[in-house]
Design a protein around this ligand. Structure first.
Ligand code: V47
Length: 377
């Protein structure tokens, strides 16, 4: 077999792709499908690792963060979700007042926690005034904290129930304290898949349009892809290319997070949870296709700490963080636990042969705290 200097491929189709990677050339949809379907997991991984090391050397980022879910009540009933409680049965779920939300957050925050990751359900009574009051109260109580809040789906819904434009919503939320947005709700953009897995109203085009608007207001967002359910490899590749196209235009995405589907307690519980091969191949595919998004996160909550660690050699350069009080994956049978101490994250990164770098949400390196919050030590 004609080989490539440095990497021995089992799948000859990877050789021309390797030449493009060496030359820093953009990969095509066809290349993406080859990478997504290649039986040569290690070959795909080595290619992704080449790009990862070119961009980030041996650094793996992590942060100290806490999740906050103001409500789990949701008017959508997405088949992929185990977290939401229907609005008609709202009393079975939770909806925090602003004071209650601040009180919940207070449990595990000191100045070592640099980020609050805030997402929840689509609650028809929580309009823009609720989120303005929430963000202002959180900023007042924790002035140092970065608020990474609300997915494109939530923004779309809140604008609609508040009868205001996305532009006005974003302006008002930024004024109240919003710093950036997480990447959830993107799922898979293909309508065929969305019809099966999610029934919230925000379709793929709309998700991208809202992200474009947020970026225009000068704040960063992340982006995601939910895989390991009913999607086809081509649909994964098309999703990545749609994100890549928008990034060419706005440069507003800072990190991509492939989300591994957890079927337990969802309407799709008969689908077997994917294994580590699809997890690692998807991380690698993402690194190779998303040549204009700086960071690829191996979200240990969904991958488990072992795959997230190995992923640091398959294209990922981030582990997410301490993730105190995660509830979305936990509801869907996630076994990764409810938080990881800094000492464990840095151990996993070092054991992988990488150098741990504590970061803030915008990937600026931070000093390791002298007296970390007890839950994050
Ligand atoms: O939007 C829902 C997904 C997302 C399930 O931006 C599920 O830094 C797997 O977006 N199995 C929320 N996934 C998580 C998310 C995220 C996580 C970490 C970091 C960042 C970031 C973003 O989780 C949802 C949905 O796409 N999800 N249910 C499930 N059963």
């Amino acid at each position: 077999m004609d080989q490539h200097p440095g990497i021995r491929f089992e799948d000859a189709r990877l050789i021309p792709i390797a030449r493009k990677v060496d030359a820093g050339e953009r990969l095509s949809r066809e290349d993406g499908v080859t990478l997504a379907t290649s039986p040569d997991l290690l070959g795909v991984g080595r290619l992704a690792n080449t790009v990862r090391e070119r961009l980030h050397g041996d650094v793996t980022y992590y942060n100290i963060n806490r999740h906050l879910n103001p409500t789990n009540v949701c008017v959508a009933s997405c088949a992929l979700c185990a977290y939401a409680v229907p609005y008609a049965r709202a009393s079975e779920g939770w909806t925090y007042t602003v004071d209650e939300a601040v009180h919940v957050a207070e449990h595990d925050i000191d100045e070592s926690v640099s980020e609050l990751h805030i997402v929840g359900g689509l609650h028809p009574k929580l309009d823009v005034t609720y989120y303005e009051a929430l963000f202002a109260a959180l900023k007042q109580r924790f002035p140092w904290i970065h608020l990474k809040a609300l997915t494109m789906v939530e923004l779309d819904f809140i604008a609609s129930v508040s009868r205001i434009s996305i532009d006005e919503l974003i302006e008002r939320l930024i004024r109240a304290g919003l710093d950036s947005c997480p990447g959830g709700g993107a799922e898979i953009f293909a309508p065929r898949v969305r019809n099966i897995i999610c029934d919230h109203k925000t379709d793929g085009q709309r998700w991208l349009e809202v992200a474009r608007t947020v970026h225009r207001h000068g704040i960063k967002t992340n982006c995601t892809m939910l895989y390991g359910h009913v999607e086809r490899p081509e649909e994964r590749v098309d999703h990545l290319i749609a994100l890549r196209n928008l990034q060419d235009e706005t440069h507003g995405f800072q990190c991509f997070i492939p989300l591994s589907f957890h079927p337990a307690n969802t309407k799709l519980a008969d689908i077997p949870q994917c294994g580590g091969v699809l997890d690692l191949q998807t991380i690698a595919l993402s690194r190779l296709m998303l040549d204009n998004i700086p960071h690829i996160k191996a979200y240990w909550i969904m991958l488990g700490e072992k795959i997230a660690q190995v992923a640091q050699h398959f294209g990922a350069n981030d582990m997410d963080g301490t993730v105190i009080d995660e509830r979305v994956t936990y509801a869907a049978g996630g076994t990764a636990g409810k938080g990881m101490p800094v000492s464990r994250i840095t151990f996993l990164i070092r054991e992988a042969g990488r150098t741990p770098v504590l970061r803030d949400t915008l990937y600026r390196p931070l000093e390791r705290p002298e007296v970390p919050v007890s839950a994050a030590v």
